[in-house]
Design a protein around this ligand. Structure first.
Ligand code: ASP
Length: 336
């Protein structure tokens, strides 16, 4: 019988309303007692509850480390892991964990819900039950995933796109790994192969990474403030369409002087689907010429956490980091 560890970190799934009618997470004890249907799945379920339960808006790099350590400590004893987590930053956490857990050969599935477990029309039960069924199933999915509303996504390819629908996540640049209908349909071709190597858990992250979303009217002066932040190592630049940005000189000069200062800039599209192709338009040619790196079809969530991981793993090795950024490390991007 497979052994599954359910790790509860907070999020709507375990929230109740406080005296002022705002939702906040509470410790609901053993999930199997709240969702008795779980007892009918052929597996044994254990529980681990984080000491501090959070709304996922409060997630920090330290939280990723705590989560990775929890999996590391329990890795040998369990066949799969379910992480109950708020949906707001679930895609960031799943992306971070995908980089931190190298040579994973067991499923790590994030799930949560749009309505609390106690709500009559909750989606929590359905999400949790199917996530456990997949984690305990015969087809091993050795990846960090997100299960939500009938779909299992590769975690570092997914993003939250709706704050109100049950169908809250999408992955436009990579197919879903499993579709849950009356039966579970596995998309075998797109599921990673098991690693024969030993799990390596990378626990150093560098938080000195920034994110800039360009917008019509953005000025070089405005950007300069961002690039002058003390200790800044890299910036994810969210550009238009296939990687395009304004061509005004002050704007481009500010980017160039940040690069000259040694800051890495990674070009990621504001579009959820498609990829960055620097040089396709005149409006991205100079970005490429000045040394901005193309993020291809990586999500912003994966780009940010990949940089945190690379700067934690290879401190002061800029060349190495630049080389790793254009590589697909955990299935997070298609070739440039
Ligand atoms: N604010 C909540 C969180 O991310 C939303 C959710 O769980 O759906 O923790």
């Amino acid at each position: 019988m497979k052994k599954i560890l359910v790790i509860y970190t907070g999020g709507t799934i375990g929230m109740i309303k406080d005296s002022s009618n705002s939702l906040k997470p509470v410790n609901f004890g053993k999930i199997t007692e709240r969702v008795p249907e779980l007892k009918h799945i052929n597996c044994s379920i254990s529980h681990y509850t984080f000491k501090k339960l959070i709304d996922s808006s409060n997630v920090t790099p330290e939280f990723y480390i705590e989560l990775a350590e929890t999996i590391e400590k329990n890795y040998k004893s369990y066949d799969g892991f379910i992480i109950l987590h708020g949906t707001d930053t679930m895609a960031y956490s799943a992306s971070a964990l995908s980089f931190m857990l190298e040579n994973l050969n067991k499923p790590v599935i994030f799930t949560g819900s749009q309505l609390p477990l106690g709500a009559i029309r909750t989606d929590a039960k359905h999400n949790l039950i199917t996530a456990v069924e997949i984690a305990a199933g015969d087809v091993i999915i050795p990846e960090v995933c997100i299960y939500f509303n009938d779909q299992l996504f590769r975690g570092n390819r997914a993003e939250k796109f709706s704050s109100s629908q049950f169908d809250a996540f999408q992955s436009l640049n990579y197919p879903t790994l499993v579709e849950a209908g009356t039966s579970l349909q596995y998309n075998h071709k797109f599921i990673s192969k098991k690693s024969s190597k030993k799990l390596i858990v990378h626990k150093k992250l560098n938080p000195n990474i920034g994110l800039v979303r360009i917008f019509p009217g953005i000025t070089g002066n405005w950007l300069e403030h961002i690039f002058s932040v003390e200790g800044l190592k890299a910036v994810v630049l969210e550009t238009y369409g296939s990687g395009n940005a304004p061509t005004a000189d002050p704007f481009l000069k500010t980017l160039k002087s940040a690069i000259d200062k040694g800051i890495i800039i990674l070009n990621v599209s504001q579009c959820a689907g498609g990829k960055v192709e620097q040089g396709k338009y005149e409006t991205s040619k100079r970005l490429k010429q000045m040394g901005i790196i193309s993020g291809s079809d990586i999500t912003t969530e994966a780009a940010l956490t990949k940089l945190m991981y690379l700067f934690g793993r290879y401190p002061n090795q800029k060349k190495k980091i630049e080389a790793e950024l254009v590589k697909d490390l955990r299935g997070e991007m298609s070739k440039n």
